[in-house]
Design a protein around this ligand. Structure first.
Ligand code: MF3
Ligand code: CO
Ligand code: CO
Length: 276
């Protein structure tokens, strides 16, 4: 049985209880989430054939410091970079390196900034030059699955409702949902309870209550859902080497639904083929 605690008075360690945050926390999360979104917006025009993910890493580090923020991934559990950059069949946790991106690649860039102790965690897909239609469609399906997950967030719904909304849509589009990684509680901690599975059944999991803050970050594959971790201990790839995509927002549950903390000020947090 899950229990809920007032985040303002609970100790800052993971006790398995779900934190309920106050309005002040929502202000802090908006600030941290906005900075992550601004960084992802800046990268919009930088990601082109020839740029390396190491250059992206340096940009994310410098942009954070310029705005009084630290990248949460740097030295997190031994991870050594300011960002995750996951290209093509890399599902998540790709490590920046000196290889130039190539025309037709798709890359997920996942940024988490700590601003005044709050974690703003968000990721988007970036096309490198012109994409094949199959890659473009994967980006559209993955983004739409995140939108459907977010639409399921309201008090009284469950984490299973979110997972079901994502999985049923993705599978109807003949793609698959990665089950080895999930969204997570976020706030003063980077990775907190509850786990937000991107698959599941309606009514399962835990009940959503106003004040909960978590990420939704579905990873969707064109092929089969299975992944493996490379020998670097971080990089997760699709076993069948099919293309994989991911979008991530951090959200807070309100009395009527949810607020998204990581929305793009320039409306760039969706595939260009679906631009508003
Ligand atoms: N930002 C990732 C997430 O969405 C976590 C990356 S942890 C790292 O939860 F160590 F791999 F960087
Ligand atoms: Co996350
Ligand atoms: Co992230």
């Amino acid at each position: 049985m899950v229990t809920y605690v007032d985040a303002a008075t609970a100790p800052l360690k993971n006790t398995g209880q779900v934190r309920l945050y106050d309005a002040e926390a929502f202000v802090g999360m908006h600030k941290a989430g906005r900075l992550a979104a601004l960084c992802l917006d800046e990268l919009h025009d930088m990601v082109k054939p020839g740029i390396t993910t190491a250059e992206i890493d340096r940009f994310v580090y410098a942009f954070g410091l310029d705005h009084g923020a630290l990248p949460a991934t740097l030295h997190y559990r031994g991870y050594r970079y300011s960002v995750c950059t996951s290209i093509n069949h890399v599902v998540c946790h790709g490590q920046p390196n000196d290889k130039p991106l190539r025309e037709g690649d798709i890359v997920n860039i996942d940024v988490t900034y700590i601003v005044d102790g709050w974690h703003g965690d968000s990721s988007r897909m970036y096309p490198v030059g012109e994409l094949r239609r199959s890659a473009e469609r994967l980006l559209e399906v993955t983004w739409e699955s995140l939108m459907r997950g977010i639409a399921a967030v309201k008090p009284g719904a469950t984490t299973g409702d979110i997972g079901h909304a994502i999985q049923s849509y993705v599978e109807a589009e003949r793609c698959s949902v990665v089950q080895d990684f999930c969204g997570h509680g976020v706030g003063r901690l980077f990775h907190d309870v509850p786990n937000i599975l991107h698959y599941g059944r309606r009514g399962e999991g835990i009940e959503l209550k106003p004040g909960m803050i978590f990420t939704i970050e579905p990873m969707v594959n064109l092929g089969r859902p299975q992944v493996k971790i490379l020998s670097d201990g971080w990089t997760a790839v699709t076993r069948d080497r099919s293309l994989s995509a991911q979008y991530e927002h951090a959200v807070g549950v309100t009395e009527t639904g949810c607020e998204v903390f990581t929305l793009s000020p320039r409306n760039l947090d969706r595939p260009a083929t679906l631009a508003a």
